[in-house]
Design a protein around this ligand. Structure first.
Ligand code: FAD
Length: 443
């Protein structure tokens, strides 16, 4: 009998791109005219930016709203074929003390119990005048106390972020806060305690845009239509990356030789794949990296919710979910006529302990918020999981990242995207990261 030996294939490319999410797709698009190959472990593209359809309801992987502040991004979005978009003014809220207030909490306490308002306003004023600004805050907790004060920290920032990131804000670095957390003026805090605005334009995402049809998945699809499909390999992932020989070994046993590498896969996973002299310190840094997973429901309802809000932050510990949002309040094209749809989120580290508990806590929340009269309004609730959701900025994060970035520069590796760079960032950033990664390779 003849024994057949498997013949392994060695491919070659100039630039190997790991991952076909928005960052990888954007890198590929911007490398047009250069030799590249994209490998993607899933059978389809888009990463976190995909949509699914069921019984006429379109769902994304929780709310994925497109904020575009950068001109390059605006130009690219306008040029994408078939990507017709609607522009929407944000209606974001907070549900706390059985009251729905406007987001951001720090400048909208109107309607909360008087004692809570007093603590928030006085705490904010005290922080403004009494905080020690001679040294930068050491962690997220200190940032909140120094910039927003005790009341706002106690009633929103600390409980909400403890739920979202699954660790206490004292365990969390704060280099990202100035970009993403709006700090109001004293006038805004006082006015927000006395009046109830319909909505507020504070923060980095006051308006956003969204595909008119197809859900957010239409965005990577449109980008892909401008790339060369034959340069994408799906259902393929590396098991080791030899940086000395510049070869990625794939799970199939095949190999890809490359000159430069753009990685958009989770940095922790990427570092664990790297083989080179001195890779121990990379593996050690990877061992310190933590990330929160997001469990959520694609929820469909027979009726409309009793509130027009787009999404609601849920800071209180008594509720398991941390956020609920209504696709159908953003864009009615996402549901059959008369119906509505939502995502309900809960973050955790490791596997979800009890899906049944999450399900009943989600229904309970919708009823307590007064959004639906009864559980009979629910058509279906499908459970979904995002394994890599929110990077938890560990204490040694700044030093670890400096070391990793130096190694990347010296080794011809470019990191791109939210998980590739191990940051908190949005879809726009992923696209821009991909663009910059391509510029670096071309440069
Ligand atoms: C719950 C949640 C809500 C969000 N909401 C918004 C929002 O409203 N607006 C907004 O702008 N942004 C939002 N974001 C952020 C947004 O999803 C990301 O910034 C963006 O999609 C990241 O794109 P990426 O290409 O960097 O990563 P990803 O989308 O994760 O793409 C990485 C790709 O790499 C692939 N991959 C992973 N490992 C391997 C491997 N070993 N080998 C090969 N391929 C691999 C993955 O399958 C994936 O396709 C949200 C994120 C989360 C978690």
């Amino acid at each position: 009998m003849l024994l057949r030996r498997k013949v392994y294939v060695m491919q070659q490319t100039h630039t190997l791109i790991l991952g076909a999410g928005l960052a990888g797709l954007s890198a590929a698009y911007h490398l047009d005219g250069h030799e590249y190959l994209v490998i993607e472990k899933n059978s389809s593209l888009g990463g976190l930016c995909t949509s699914e359809e069921k019984q006429g309801f379109v769902f994304d992987q929780t709310g994925h709203w497109l904020h575009m502040r950068d001109e390059n991004m605006q130009r690219l979005a306008a040029a994408l074929p078939g990507l017709d978009r609607v522009t929407i003014e944000r209606r974001a809220h907070v549900f706390s003390h059985n009251t729905i207030t406007c987001y951001p909490f720090q400048s909208h306490t109107f309607g909360l119990p008087p004692q809570v308002i007093r603590e928030c306003v006085l705490g904010f004023i005290r922080a403004r005048y009494e905080s020690d600004r001679s040294r930068p805050p050491a962690n997220f907790y200190e940032w909140c106390m120094a910039n927003l004060g005790e009341g706002i920290s106690r009633h929103f920032m600390i409980p909400y972020n403890s739920k979202l990131y699954t660790v206490h804000p004292r365990e969390f670095a704060c280099h990202w806060c100035d970009t993403y957390i709006p700090v109001p003026t004293i006038e805004q805090v006082v006015d927000g305690a006395l009046t109830d605005p319909e909505h507020d334009s504070a923060g980095y995402n006051a308006t956003f845009s969204y595909p008119r049809s197809g859900g957010i998945g239409a965005l990577p699809e449109a980008l892909f239509s401008l790339c060369q499909p034959e340069r994408f390999l799906f259902n393929v992932h590396p098991v080791a990356i030899d940086m000395q020989r510049r070869i990625a070994r794939l799970a199939s046993g095949d190999e890809i030789a490359f000159k430069t590498l753009i990685s958009t896969i989770p940095l922790r996973d990427f570092l664990q794949l790297v083989r080179c002299g001195g890779s121990d310190r990379l593996h050690e840094a990877a061992g310190r990296m933590k990330i929160a997973s997001v469990s959520y429901y694609n929820a469909a309802f027979k009726t409309a919710p009793a509130h027009p809000g787009h999404w609601f932050y849920i800071p209180e510990e008594r509720f398991m979910p941390c956020r609920v949002g209504f696709y159908s309040n953003v864009h009615e094209g996402m549901v059959p006529p008369g119906c509505s749809s939502a995502y309900i989120e809960y973050t955790h580290q490791g596997p979800l302990a009890d899906e049944g508990a999450f399900r009943s806590a989600s229904v309970e929340l919708l009823l307590q918020m007064g959004l639906f009269a009864s559980a009979d309004d629910i058509l279906f609730m499908d459970y979904r999981l995002i394994e890599n959701g929110y990077v938890i900025f560990h204490r040694e994060y700044p030093e670890d990242m400096q070391m990793i970035e130096r190694w990347c520069r010296e080794s011809g590796v470019v990191l791109a995207g939210r998980y590739g760079r191990w940051v908190y960032s949005a879809m726009e950033d992923a696209v821009l990261d991909g663009m910059r990664a391509a510029e670096t390779v071309r440069g």
